[in-house]
Design a protein around this ligand. Structure first.
Ligand SMILES: NC(=O)C1=CN([C@@H]2O[C@H](COP(=O)(O)OP(=O)(O)OC[C@H]3O[C@@H](n4cnc5c(N)ncnc54)[C@H](OP(=O)(O)O)[C@@H]3O)[C@@H](O)[C@H]2O)C=CC1
Ligand SMILES: CC(=O)C(=O)O
Ligand SMILES: [Mg+2]
Length: 579
């Protein structure tokens, strides 16, 4: 290479065809060399460094931008104002999503500035519910890769594939295999929208640098016939690999991740189907820094809401009775963390505290008579009881004070179900957690109306406030996005190497502590998203504190003030000046 680079100039001042690109015929292979430092036109095309019209006069001179931009110089604030105006002009949420993705590909800092400063308005666009529709249409929307696609075609070469990603200092991976995307089912390779969206929130809500985030979709096929027959489908056109083939592939992936990025890389499993999710978490939690958002993140955010709701409902957690519709990842994950929290607070063994928690699945109430045929994660919830076939009868039999929907099936909290809850409880707590909005068990309006304004309500996807009988009710968004950005940031900033359940409990308590009297007065059990960066700093600090206490944090010495430390480490999207 050295000799090839020696004589770059020809006698006429031109540049020799050192790499043979010009003289190569179309079927000859060449190497696509690039330069590393961006300037001029390339700088405008590099989303990480592009500032568009905000480049100053000095920067335009120093970086060969003269003439490439019109004369005006905008501030980042003016750019933000202009973009928000243009995004607000779209009526269709998916068009806003596309506009946001295009902005991310054009000017990363401006994208994050918009998202952070307008979080309540833009969260439903880059995240649930719109991201669900984007995944369904991802084949048509796909323009440029936003993450790594690792398909069965790459079997035996996953380490090499990881090395193709341009960033080397990765701290957080969000990975899906696309089999249970929100409540929309198997979307195969098109599930990529979810890791991309989750990692955008890691940065915007949690402060992890965008360059340290890597979205990954594992493609082992899809069982979605519609996608298999869709000419625009972007994934492997085959049915899902299962059993040993699936687990061997996942094992190659997990081993390659650790080999490439080391012990402290956080791998967040997202939207795997429950028949793999529990097993993957159990298998890797002792050897890798892994976290299942649907099982653990959801549990932590719901527990936070429950702790906060006690101010409105009265009593302690151990005084309540919980009924779930849906006994999968979210349902059993939440149930287990509630049982653990009550056990910790009361010194009653967890086998006992589980007894006030009941779950209904597609076959009815989970009871001991069904134990033989239940999946392993449901067995701890098979209490002694007569068979009960439907939710309404289960409500009447169990007499819950708290009703939680994790079924992925919309409109299952019917008028009769909500009325039964309201009949038994002065203030029934109703959580319709399924996403996206179409799959929510009921709407906020339904919960407030059918309970005559007495329900405390939260949902996975956002619902507008609703006035009942002259009182404004603000529904909470019980979504794991309150937890995972701060939780992951806490792990990363403390160099933690394993996740422990006590860290989930710490995160719940930190989140619940952010709810104030002013919020309670409006029926809120979660703080507003507008404060999410501050909230995430507190969650990160509590998680890190627990990690230091447990001896699994490697970043030493421990910072004295972990909240301040978290805030000081957070990525901010303001433009930097270029020399
Ligand atoms: N708000 C949040 O932060 C989160 C929300 N979720 C949402 O929760 C939903 C479920 O996710 P997850 O737990 O991972 O999914 P799973 O597939 O693991 O579990 C779904 C459960 O619901 C049951 N179910 C489905 N339909 C019905 C019905 N009509 N009546 C009774 N039970 C039913 C299933 O029964 P069976 O076992 O018999 O098949 C299963 O037990 C999704 O919509 C997801 O978007 C998930 C994570 C976080
Ligand atoms: C929020 C989330 O993780 C889900 O619905 O799957
Ligand atoms: Mg999820």
């Amino acid at each position: 290479m050295e000799s090839a680079l020696k004589d770059l100039s020809t006698p006429t001042g031109g540049v020799e065809d050192v790499y043979g690109e010009d003289c190569a015929t179309e079927d000859q292979c060449i190497t696509p060399w690039t330069i590393a430092v961006s300037s001029g036109y390339n700088l405008l095309r590099d989303p990480r460094y592009n500032k568009g019209l905000a480049f100053t006069e000095r920067e335009r001179d120093a970086h060969y931008l003269r003439g490439l931009l019109p004369p005006v110089i905008s501030s980042q604030e003016l750019q933000e104002k202009k973009l928000m105006q243009s995004i607000r002009q779209y009526d269709v949420p998916l068009h806003k999503y596309v506009a946001m993705m295009e902005l991310e590909e054009r000017n990363e800092r401006l994208f994050y500035k918009l998202l952070i400063d307008n979080v309540e308005e833009l969260l439903p666009i880059v995240y649930t519910p719109t991201v669900g529709e984007a995944c369904q249409k991802y084949g048509s929307l796909f323009k440029r890769p936003q993450g790594l696609y690792i398909s069965l075609n790459e079997k035996g070469r996953i380490l090499e594939v990881l090395k193709n990603w341009p960033e080397k200092s990765i701290q957080v991976i969000v990975v899906t295999d696309g089999e249970r995307i929100l409540g929309l089912g198997d979307l195969g390779c098109q599930g990529m929208g979810i890791p991309v969206g989750k990692l955008a929130l890691y940065t915007a809500l949690g402060g992890v640098r965008p360059s340290a985030c890597l979205p990954i979709t594992i493609d082992v096929g899809t069982n979605n016939e519609k996608l298999l027959n869709d000419e625009f489908y972007i994934g492997l056109r085959q049915r899902r690999a299962t059993g040993q083939e699936y687990y061997d592939f996942l094992h190659e992936f997990m081993s390659a991740v650790k080999q490439n990025y080391g012990e402290k890389i956080l791998v967040q499993f997202e939207d795997f189907a429950n028949h793999n999710a529990f097993e993957l978490l159990a298998k890797y939690r002792t050897s890798h820094l892994v976290f299942n958002d649907d099982i653990q993140g959801t549990a932590s955010v719901v527990l936070a809401g429950l702790i906060a709701s006690l101010k409105l409902l009265g009593g302690a957690l151990c005084d309540h009775t919980f009924l779930f519709l849906g006994a999968g990842e979210a349902g059993t994950g939440i149930a287990e963390l509630i049982a653990l929290e009550i056990s910790n607070k009361t010194n009653i063994p967890v086998e006992e505290t589980r007894k006030k928690i009941w779950l209904v699945d597609s076959k009815g109430l989970i009871v001991s008579g069904r134990k033989e045929t239940l999946q392993a994660f449901k067995k701890p919830w098979a209490h002694e009881h007569e068979p009960v076939n439907n939710l309404l009868d289960a409500v009447k039999a169990v007499k819950p004070t708290v009703l939680i929907g994790t079924s992925g099936t919309g409109r299952t909290f019917t008028k009769e179900v909500v009325e039964a809850m309201a009949c038994m409880n002065k203030r029934p707590l109703i959580m319709a957690l399924s996403n996206p909005t179409s799959q929510a068990e009921c709407t906020a309006e339904e919960a407030y109306t059918w309970s005559e304004g007495r329900a405390v309500f939260a949902s996975g996807s956002p619902f507008p406030s609703f006035e009942y009988d002259g009182k404004l009710n603000i529904p909470g968004q019980a979504n794991n996005c309150y937890i995972f950005p701060g939780f992951g940031f806490g792990l990363v900033m403390s160099g933690t190497i394993r996740v422990h359940d006590d860290m989930l409990l710490a995160a719940s308590e930190a989140l619940a502590a952010q709810v104030t009297e002013e919020h309670y007065a409006k029926g809120m059990i979660y703080p507003p998203f507008a404060d999410i960066r501050k909230i995430s700093a507190h969650i990160a600090a509590s998680v890190a504190a627990k990690a230091y206490e447990l001896g699994v944090a490697t970043r030493l010495p421990r910072p004295a003030d972990l909240v301040k430390y978290a805030e000081s480490c957070m990525y901010t999207p303001n433009y930097r000046s270029y020399r």
